[in-house]
Design a protein around this ligand. Structure first.
Ligand SMILES: [Ca+2]
Length: 160
């Protein structure tokens, strides 16, 4: 019992000390307690969400200013696409922008000034290069790259 406890504690220390690969799968980038995958393939918004779910993740849902700023700055550093889908839409009710996973109103609003501006023609949010990485509303059927978000694995399975 004592030995297991020490082993678990050591695993936690090791986990917090580590770099990207400790708590995030290869190809994912860690920021705070989440892992992000910026896709190389393009899909409509709904298919992008399905792909994220297939990897035990979801389209990125920036819940804090820090998370949103990270997504924007990482997107801008890539210089590889005009748009990346994130997990925010007003599909259910026009002009009520919500996170997909719990349908709660957005806690952070990083729409570029003047956005959203396409009303019922555009119901999904994307990082937008022309908006310096801030969000635009785009038609959900458009085919863009996308950002998935997964929980950072802190090694809880070892402790459990
Ligand atoms: Ca809309």
């Amino acid at each position: 019992m004592q030995f297991n406890y020490i082993l678990g504690f050591a695993a936690v220390l090791w986990g917090f000390e580590g770099v990207n690969c400790v708590g995030c799968q290869p190809g994912w980038n860690q920021f705070q307690n989440k892992c992000y995958w910026f896709s190389h393939t393009t899909r409509p918004w709904g298919e992008a969400e399905a792909i994220c779910l297939g990897f035990q993740s979801k389209l990125a849902e920036p819940r804090t200013h820090a998370e949103s700023a990270y997504l924007i700055s990482h997107f801008q550093s890539l210089h590889d696409a005009r748009f990346y889908w994130i997990g925010i839409s007003d599909l259910i009710e026009e002009d009520r922008w919500i996170y997909s996973s719990d349908q709660q109103p957005i806690a952070v609003n990083d729409f570029y000034p003047g956005e959203p501006n396409q009303h019922t023609d555009a119901n999904c949010a994307a990082l937008w290069d022309t908006g310096h990485g801030k969000w635009a509303d785009e038609p959900c059927g458009h085919v863009f790259r996308f950002v998935c978000e997964a929980e950072f694995d802190e090694g809880g399975d070892i402790l459990g």
